[in-house]
Structures are given as C-alpha cells and as structure tokens.
Write a protein that binds this ligand. Sequence first.
Ligand SMILES: CC[C@@H](C(=O)O)C(=O)SCCNC(=O)CCNC(=O)[C@H](O)C(C)(C)COP(=O)(O)OP(=O)(O)OC[C@H]1O[C@@H](n2cnc3c(N)ncnc32)[C@H](O)[C@@H]1OP(=O)(O)O
Ligand code: CO
Length: 134
Amino acid sequence: MIKRVNHIAIAVPDLELAAETYRRLGVTVSEPQVLPEHGVRVVFLEFENVKLELIETYGEKSPVASFMRKNPSGGIHHVCFDVEDLQSTSETLKDAGIRVLGDGPPKIGAHGNPVLFAHPADLFGVLTEFEEPR
Ligand SMILES: CC[C@@H](C(=O)O)C(=O)SCCNC(=O)CCNC(=O)[C@H](O)C(C)(C)COP(=O)(O)OP(=O)(O)OC[C@H]1O[C@@H](n2cnc3c(N)ncnc32)[C@H](O)[C@@H]1OP(=O)(O)O
Ligand SMILES: [Co+2]
C-alpha cells in the first residue's frame, strides 16, 4: 500500500521567518502557497532525498491551531506517504481500526493530488497523510 515518503511537515509560528532561516542554510525554498481548504499557508523545502513542508495556520478554523497552542515554537506535525490508490488505502486503514479523518471525499493537497489523513492516536502518535500521485 505505502510506496515511499512524500514529505514531512513542520508546523511553524512564522512562515516567512522559517523560510528565510532555511534559505540561509542553503536550502531551496518554494514560494508560499495559501490553501484555504486546508487552513494552512505552506512552503516546500527541496532536498535530494525528500521534501519538507513548512506549514503555518491560516484562517479561523485551521486544523493546525490547536497543535500550535500546544507547541508555540513549532514542531514536526505530520508525515506523508505516497500510495497507489487512495480509495483502497482508506478501506485498508478502516479495516485495521485506524480512523480516517473527515467525512467527505479526499481533498486536493498542495501538489494537486488527492490526500487523506489518519488519526495520530491510531498510528503511534503521528498524524499521517496519504497522497495519491497523478
Ligand atoms: C498543505 C496541504 C496538505 C498537503 O498537501 O500536504 C497538508 O498537509 S494540510 C496539513 C493540515 N491539515 C491537517 O492536519 C488535517 C488533519 N488534521 C486534523 O484533522 C486535526 O489536526 C486532528 C489531527 C484531528 C487534531 O485536531 P485538533 O483540533 O488539533 O484536536 P486536539 O487538539 O484535540 O487533538 C486530538 C489529539 O491528537 C493529538 N494531535 C493533534 N495534532 C497532532 C499532530 N499533528 N501530531 C500528533 N498528535 C496530534 C492531540 O495532542 C490530542 O491528543 P490527546 O491530548 O492525547 O488526546
Ligand atoms: Co502535508
């Protein structure tokens, strides 16, 4: 089901400051993207072997707001895996007793691909995102 790591996300209190910090460390940083449907602003850090996603809360109902209240300096927020088929992934997760978050169809993520999230309490304390590359 899981093919590879797509990205690791770090929640930050100030996206511009975090982006500038990584630029100074020699990292290629994308332009900020606003994703109102996900309640975040995001930039990507490009590495040879993996992408990192820096996320900042956006809007009144950001799913990251509560995490930031508990972790005001920021912290590792989620890991994302590529999967072949999101529908069968959703069914496999549910069969394994792992809660899939949200009740509608998968949202489109920052890369233009459908994504879903599984509850951190059911995956060893790690919020886990699954993405189907198209
Ligand atoms: C950029 C777009 C997209 C992409 O394409 O890559 C993204 O990545 S968007 C990223 C933001 N979106 C999401 O996070 C969506 C899924 N998340 C959620 O639905 C919620 O955040 C949540 C996981 C259900 C938590 O909701 P919240 O309102 O924060 O509830 P609580 O504060 O009560 O948390 C419940 C429980 O879970 C623990 N928790 C919360 N967040 C995390 C986390 N990131 N990692 C690990 N654990 C987390 C929290 O501490 C609570 O634990 P207990 O206190 O033990 O109950
Ligand atoms: Co993500």
